[in-house]
Design a protein around this ligand. Structure first.
Ligand SMILES: Nc1ncnc2c1ncn2[C@@H]1O[C@H](COP(=O)(O)OP(=O)(O)OP(=O)(O)O)[C@@H](O)[C@H]1O
Ligand SMILES: [Mg+2]
Length: 277
């Protein structure tokens, strides 16, 4: 068992202190002197096996970063560490200059502005697309919904623009359970966007999508860039090539290579451990 996992309340680290809380209340992610996400020397062990092994990674504000690498490389574990689901055994994980993510609970990290989409879509199947969006908008980032509040026109406008962005405008009254797999993935991304995250983490967003859905998801990722920092983990190399700026290759829990898609794709080490399989 990972001794760090499960310590999600974070309170014992003094997360509730005025100082730590102040960063959240002001909503300030201080990126004035560097990256928006900063991981240094992060190690996560499961029964002695190092899923992350001295991983260091930095992400600039507003960038779109693709993370690739073989099964078991630690990509999902890296997202678990950033979102507070798994505690690192060692290392530093910062959101901006001042927010130490290893000291915050999962819900506080979401409140601070880091949103995550899991591999499988988790929308409310019996509710319509609109109702799912409404719920996401009324739910604060800690997961508490104020259901009786009536949406104001600004909120309705936001739902509308997110539905346009996620190709769901025409499906607004559809019951979510009847959507295609790809549409469910978009709805979940839309629900994530309703919470206005600074950082959006997408784990295998195009897995199981048709080619047409994959292309639309590429366009969506490119539109999210700048307004959000976007981290995309994917195995679909055509998709990655379509959206790639900087690509990071993880292998055995640390960074094997990093750079533009062409450089990474032609790196003999990357071909050996991943692309050449
Ligand atoms: N809770 C856990 N307990 C034990 N081992 C785990 C746990 N979570 C992940 N692992 C192991 O850690 C390693 C990294 O897993 P991870 O899911 O991060 O890989 P990944 O890069 O996301 O792989 P994939 O491309 O298949 O999704 C794997 O060997 C996995 O079996
Ligand atoms: Mg994974």
């Amino acid at each position: 068992m990972n001794p760090g996992t499960g310590a999600t309340d974070g309170g014992r680290h003094g997360e509730g202190s005025a100082q730590a809380f102040g960063h959240l209340v002001t909503g300030g992610v201080d990126v004035s002197h560097g990256p928006i996400l900063y991981l240094e020397g992060v190690t996560v062990s499961f029964d002695g096996f190092r899923a992350l092994d001295d991983l260091s990674l930095t992400l600039d504000d507003g960038e779109l970063r693709c993370i690739i690498g073989p099964n078991g490389a630690g990509k999902t574990t890296m997202m678990d560490v950033i979102t507070g689901r798994t505690r690192p055994d060692a290392g530093r994980v910062f959101f901006g200059q001042t927010i130490d993510l290893t000291r915050l609970s999962e819900s506080r990290i979401a409140q601070a502005g880091i949103g995550r989409k899991f591999q499988r879509p988790t929308v409310f199947e019996t509710m319509t697309v609109f109702e799912n969006m409404e719920l996401a908008l009324k739910t604060d980032k800690g997961g508490w919904a104020s259901l009786r509040a009536v949406l104001d026109s600004a909120q309705l406008g936001r739902i509308e623009s997110i539905l346009v962005l996620t190709n769901l405008r025409d499906a607004v009254d559809r019951v979510a359970g009847t959507l295609s797999h790809g549409q469910k993935q978009w709805l979940e991304i839309g629900m994530l966007l309703a919470q206005e995250p600074r950082v959006v983490l997408l784990d295998e967003p195009v897995a199981g999508m048709t080619d047409a859905e994959t292309e639309k998801t590429a366009e969506l990722c490119l539109q999210l860039e700048k307004q959000h920092t976007v981290v995309v983990v994917e195995h679909d190399m055509d998709f990655v090539a379509r959206i790639a700026r900087t690509v990071t290759v993880l292998c055995e829990g640390s960074v094997l290579a990093e750079g533009p898609m062409d450089a990474v794709r032609n790196d003999p080490r990357v071909i050996e451990v991943y692309l050449g399989r």
